[in-house]
Design a protein around this ligand. Structure first.
Ligand code: GLY
Length: 260
């Protein structure tokens, strides 16, 4: 279960965020703020305490706060984003994490390693880490070494097309996995109950499980009915403005149970 959530308010500079889909247009800042508020409300409705960090104008992508840390029940691992414009976002999360974790349970990924939290999928004690354009081989190695120190395990998943691992595959607990695109038929996931996301709703592979509710992006009826058919309570949240920057529901928060 997740008791705690950290989010970061979108900055006005979000219009300059990184995107692989410029054809979708620039995000509308005011609309992004409204969608972010709805997201926070959905997380509160799932029973989480939500800490809202202030916006960082120098970092257009900083509302995608998931990328700067990986938080488990035993350790906080501060990442080292592979996107150059995002590298120093991590400097703005360290003090916040000290409120939730003991100092000797805070680790960091070091140069030349890179890692973004969007590339990490937690399945209980086991963490799948995507080796992607943002997370390099060294970052995966350091990450798994740090996990092992705390009794966790890790598996590397090599990515070919998606931005992040969780762009295309997400765990909904109860052995249920949403899979799309390049992850369909990946032998690493063969033990799961795999639920295939249709190509025309691929963006909605990025749903998040939060305390037995699944938050689903608004506007993807096939995925919504699939998730409902698995027996989950659902909440829909509109993320259209974040999608314009390749951002999804998971990228917008750190979900965890604080150590202190
Ligand atoms: N725009 C989100 C990212 O590329 O990190």
């Amino acid at each position: 279960m997740f008791k705690n959530v950290i989010v970061r308010t979108p900055a006005k500079s979000i219009v300059n965020g990184i995107t692989s889909a410029p054809e979708l247009g620039k995000p509308d800042y005011n609309k992004a703020l409204i969608q972010h508020e709805s997201y926070i409300q959905a997380l509160k409705n799932c029973g989480c305490q939500v800490e809202v960090l202030p916006s960082l104008e120098n970092f257009p992508d900083s509302c995608f706060v998931e990328d700067v840390a990986v938080l488990t029940e035993r350790v906080a691992i501060i990442t080292r984003p592979g996107a150059e414009t995002r590298l120093h976002e991590v400097d703005h999360i360290k003090d916040t994490l000290r409120k939730y974790y003991e100092e000797d349970c805070i680790e960091e990924i070091e140069s030349p390693g890179t890692l973004e939290g969007g590339d990490v999928m937690m399945v209980g004690n086991h963490f799948y880490v995507g080796q992607s354009d943002r997370t390099n081989e060294e970052g995966c190695k350091q990450f798994i070494d740090r996990l092992k120190k705390y009794g966790h395990e890790g598996t590397v998943v090599k990515l070919e097309e998606f931005l992040h691992l969780k762009t295309g595959v997400n765990y909904l607990e109860n052995n249920n996995l949403l899979v799309s695109g390049e992850f369909i038929d990946n032998p690493l996931f063969k033990e799961f109950n795999q639920h295939i996301i249709p190509d025309d709703e691929m963006y909605a592979a990025n749903c998040i499980w939060v305390n037995n509710t699944v938050i689903v992006p608004k506007g993807y009826p096939k995925v919504l009915s699939l998730v409902k058919s698995l027996g989950y309570k659902t909440i829909e949240v509109d993320t259209s403005e974040f999608r314009k920057l390749d951002g999804g529901l998971s990228c917008l928060s750190l979900r965890f149970e604080a150590q202190k």
